[in-house]
Design a binder for this molecule. Structure first.
Ligand SMILES: NC(=O)c1ccc[n+]([C@@H]2O[C@H](COP(=O)([O-])OP(=O)(O)OC[C@H]3O[C@@H](n4cnc5c(N)ncnc54)[C@H](O)[C@@H]3O)[C@@H](O)[C@H]2O)c1
Ligand SMILES: O=C(O)C(=O)C[C@@H](O)[C@H](O)[C@H](O)COP(=O)(O)O
Ligand SMILES: [Zn+2]
Length: 360
């Protein structure tokens, strides 16, 4: 692949590009909007240096730029932090012609996007993801939101960004365990739509699990393409988009039970093995593809098991999953490699049998 940035267009009512490359934060002013006077840059402490540099850059372009520091990781995805951001926006006088920039991992961009969706009923926003998970998944597609005490992402809005800047250089400071956790969403893209991703990882798991490894750009580009194709066809999750939730029904339940001490990617990793086992016990997924989940994820050092005694709490947490309809649980399962389907209201015994396969 070349050194020039790659642009992947996300279709829809207001199409936008996901730009993937190195050292392209200079593209940000062009995405802010010609009429903007003020920009709020929402970021966690870990990205303060980047946020300050972006603020100085935007100020040099004549914009009134404000860096808004928020708590780290999931601590940012709360109603209290959203309310803090709204109060800052009020104080700086942000209007509908102004813009919000979200810098950081998926937690920061989910919050920034939600603040943008809710402020004045929607202002322009641009995510600058700095984790592999943010680049391949969270920053693309306009799903924004925060958690509540009852569960993950229960409050939010679909609010597509004006553009997404994935500067691969920002990954140089990302701890390896965070990078590896993010690869779970890359593997998800492989199983639901692009098996070449799985082949790249299987051929060189060591190289694939390093943020400075040789496959970063191809893995990011392929995963973004999968996400762009899906959300470009179904922004509001009327049907197709549900496939991006593969592994998330149990994954989100694990995050809640763990009080967000588990990384999202790690929880989704266990959740995908569970979904594969569910597909297998339901007689829909072949043994080879089901087994391949555990093999690929373990090659990367991702978890594939969870404590058996948590099952009642997990089942309870799964009931409020967004794919549920009334009392009916719904799961994304595979009918084969890259053939996602749905399993609606499964026999509880199937769930127990599938969970037994991931229990430790
Ligand atoms: N909106 C969506 O479609 C979507 C998709 C997938 C995941 N998500 C959400 O994304 C979140 C997970 O995102 P994540 O895995 O990126 O975690 P995160 O945002 O919590 O970031 C992980 C950690 O890495 C730090 N960090 C980020 N970039 C860094 C860098 N370049 N250098 C050093 N440290 C850095 C952060 O401060 C944080 O401590 C979850 O809340 C999940 O629900 C949303
Ligand atoms: O973009 C989507 O749609 C997804 O489901 C992507 C997931 O990886 C992501 O974790 C998303 O935030 C989950 O959404 P939710 O609607 O289940 O909260
Ligand atoms: Zn996810």
């Amino acid at each position: 692949m070349s050194d020039a940035p790659t642009r992947i267009t996300v279709r829809g009512d207001a199409p936008y590009d996901v730009v993937i490359g190195t050292g392209m934060l200079g593209e940000l002013p062009g995405l802010i909007g010609a009429d903007a006077q003020r920009v709020a840059i929402i970021h966690p402490g870990a990205l303060r240096t980047t946020a300050d540099a972006v603020r100085d850059d935007l100020a040099a372009q004549g914009l009134e730029a404000h860096a808004v520091e928020v708590p780290d990781a999931e601590e940012a995805k709360t109603a209290e932090v959203a309310a803090y951001c709204w109060s800052v926006l009020g104080r700086i006088g942000m209007t509908r012609s102004d813009a919000i920039v979200g810098i950081g991992g998926g937690a920061s961009t989910d919050l920034a996007g939600f603040v943008a969706a809710s402020w004045l009923r929607g202002v322009r926003w641009i995510p600058v993801p700095t984790t592999v998970l943010g680049m391949v998944d969270a920053a693309v597609g306009g799903k924004t939101g925060i958690n509540t005490a009852e569960g993950k992402n229960l409050v939010g809005a679909f609010h597509p960004p004006a553009g997404v800047l994935c500067d691969l250089a920002t990954l140089s400071t990302l701890p390896r365990n965070e990078y590896v956790a993010g690869l779970a969403e890359v593997v998800k893209a492989g199983f639901i739509a692009d098996p070449r991703i799985l082949e790249i990882i299987e051929a060189d798991p060591e190289g694939a699990s390093r943020p400075d490894g040789p496959h970063v750009r191809e893995l990011v580009e392929r995963s973004v393409q999968v996400k762009a194709d899906v959300v470009g066809a179904d922004l509001r999750e009327a049907g197709l988009r549900e496939i991006l939730n593969y592994g998330h029904t149990l994954g989100h339940a694990i995050e809640k039970v763990e009080r967000y001490r588990w990384r999202h990617g790690a929880a989704v990793s266990v959740g995908m093995v569970f979904a594969a086992e569910l597909g297998r016990v339901a007689g829909r997924l072949d043994d080879h593809t089901a087994d391949r989940h555990r093999t690929v994820l373990e090659m990367l050092g991702l978890p594939t098991a969870y404590q058996a005694e948590a099952w009642p709490r997990l089942l309870d947490a799964m009931r409020i999953d967004k794919k549920s309809r009334g009392d009916r649980l719904r799961f994304v399962v595979l009918d084969g490699l890259a053939k996602p389907g749905r399993l609606e209201g499964p026999d509880p015994q199937l769930l127990v049998a599938a969970f037994a396969e991931v229990s430790s």
